[in-house]
Design a protein around this ligand. Structure first.
Ligand SMILES: O=C(O)c1cc(C(=O)O)oc(=O)c1
Length: 304
């Protein structure tokens, strides 16, 4: 029993996702997913903007296996604030098959950063989506960036496309690899070749340290769950132009979805539409996430 009640309009994740017809390549990584609570062990943060239902590590592993994936990258959800205990507990019980992206405050100690690293954290998340967080000032975030850089971590950023012009200079000043969540949330009613999305493309083209997750068609689509057709050209454009710097994730358990809850199997089924060749699929699902989250395994293969 949780100590928390989920928001009244909270949608529970899909209870019986289909088995996808597309089989991910061996070793595939779901590079964006979350765990919530359970609230009685890992309380949600007082400053949270939403209260979810519990979504446990065991349920995440079951989904991973059902979808044919091998590993997960668990991203600290905003409902847990900078308390990373649910995340590190999941990493500790993953048998080495999960790595994490944490949220930290500017006054985080060296010892805390080291402990997060030892737990399997390889990045921090900076969130600029106003319905989710009260964003920290740029100078605080810069100081976090400088603190995590020596650990070899990267920064994950989440923002809305319409905010990119004012965030652009701050983003390009960041000193590490930077991974953009959900393609920077484009307005897919606008053209791929239009000004708004092309600013995001320019960010990737002119700054080789920027990567993008081609995730969350369910959040971006205006046509809805049947096919998410309107999101495909955006994701495919990014995959085809920046094949070495893209990641894919389910976003399970899909916090704050209001229109519908996606079938995770259908999300996997979309992968060949955005990464049409086996080579692109391998980079997206295996090579790129392994380079970012398990680089030592690539090293070991090269040395052997
Ligand atoms: O769009 C969202 O509501 C959302 C929320 C969170 C979070 O609360 O961390 O993470 C995501 O990737 C997406």
């Amino acid at each position: 029993m949780s100590d928390f009640s989920a928001d009244a309009d909270w949608l529970h994740w899909h209870q019986s996702p289909t088995k996808p017809g597309f089989t991910p390549p061996a070793g595939a990584v779901d590079a964006h997913c979350h765990v919530f609570g359970p609230g009685h062990r890992f309380p949600f943060a007082p400053e949270r903007k939403y209260t979810p239902c519990d979504a446990s590590k065991e349920q995440l592993w079951a989904l991973r296996d059902h979808l044919g994936f091998s590993r997960n990258v668990i991203v600290q959800a905003t409902c847990h604030g900078a308390d990373n205990r649910a995340l590190t507990d999941a990493l500790a019980h993953s048998g080495g098959r999960a790595r994490g992206v944490a949220t930290v405050k500017p006054d985080v100690s060296e010892a805390e950063l080291r402990a997060l690293h030892d737990a399997g954290v390889r990045g921090v998340r900076f969130n600029f989506v106003k319905r989710l967080v009260d964003a920290l000032p740029f100078d605080s975030l810069q100081s976090v960036a400088e603190r995590i850089k020596p650990l070899g971590w990267h920064i994950v950023i989440y923002f809305e496309a319409r905010e990119l012009p004012e965030l652009y200079d701050f983003f390009t000043s960041l000193p590490t690899t930077v991974v953009v969540d959900h393609m920077g949330r484009p307005d897919v009613s606008k053209p791929v070749a239009g000004e708004e999305f092309q600013l995001f493309v320019r960010l990737l083209r002119e700054h080789g340290n920027f990567w993008s997750k081609v995730s969350c068609p369910e959040r971006l689509s205006l046509t809805g769950p049947a096919t998410y057709d309107d999101v495909v050209p955006f994701a495919r454009h990014v995959v085809e132009n920046f094949p070495e710097r893209v990641l894919w994730g389910t976003d399970w358990p899909h916090p704050n979805m209001k229109s519908h809850m996606p079938d995770d199997g259908a999300l996997v089924e979309m992968i060949p539409r955005i990464a049409p060749t086996p080579e692109l699929q391998y980079k997206l699902l295996v090579e790129n996430p392994m380079a970012l989250y398990w680089p030592e395994e690539g090293e070991a293969r090269r040395v052997a």
